[in-house]
Design a protein around this ligand. Sequence first.
Ligand SMILES: CC(C)(COP(=O)(O)OP(=O)(O)OC[C@H]1O[C@@H](n2cnc3c(N)ncnc32)[C@H](O)[C@@H]1OP(=O)(O)O)[C@@H](O)C(=O)NCCC(=O)NCCS
Length: 181
Amino acid sequence: MSGDLERYLVVGPRVGLRPFTSGDAGEFTARAEESVALHRPWLFPPRTAEAYAAYAGALIEDPARAGFLVCEREEGGRIAGFLTINNIVHGAFRSGALGYGAFAHAAGRGLMGEALGLLLGYAFGPMGLHRLEANIQPGNAPSRALVRRAGFRLEGFSPAMLFIDGAWRDHERWAITDPCG
Ligand SMILES: CC(C)(COP(=O)(O)OP(=O)(O)OC[C@H]1O[C@@H](n2cnc3c(N)ncnc32)[C@H](O)[C@@H]1OP(=O)(O)O)[C@@H](O)C(=O)NCCC(=O)NCCS
């Protein structure tokens, strides 16, 4: 499997992370369509080519954002999920806000946990960040479990923090700082 290394920014035993591209629209939107039951009511990733173009375009072009496709190495790079970092601020903050979703076929297999571990190394290494936060609705148990396993700590509670699915939703603020400095 070492032949796939050049495709990825960073690799683990089972997954590799690579940037979003415009060419991923078809696979991404098909997987998102299959994953509506998994994602609702927490997440609304693009399910049309137009919506993907706007979403991926911002991740690719906006220096305050970064997006990573989680690809299954043994499955020819099939997209298992995605991770995003928004609100990237440099200077004294060096921080960003994390988002993520698994796709239905890949959920519950430990692939997102592996991917998040890889992303932390990449964010605190080559990207030069110091802190990542994940804002999670209190009822989203799988998401809370994912970040807790990755070493995030619960920092606080933010009432009516984000407008999601037609209403302002309370969020828990989970965060991790670079353990190496
Ligand atoms: C949150 C989300 C990304 C988690 O993804 P996931 O695929 O369930 O994550 P993982 O597979 O890494 O971990 C889930 C389980 O698989 C287990 N697992 C299975 N096989 C494993 C393996 N080989 N290695 C490690 N863990 C494994 C993990 O231990 C974990 O079990 P637990 O929850 O009972 O402790 C997913 O539920 C999702 O997409 N939710 C909807 C979108 C969403 O809420 N996004 C975040 C908004 S804040």
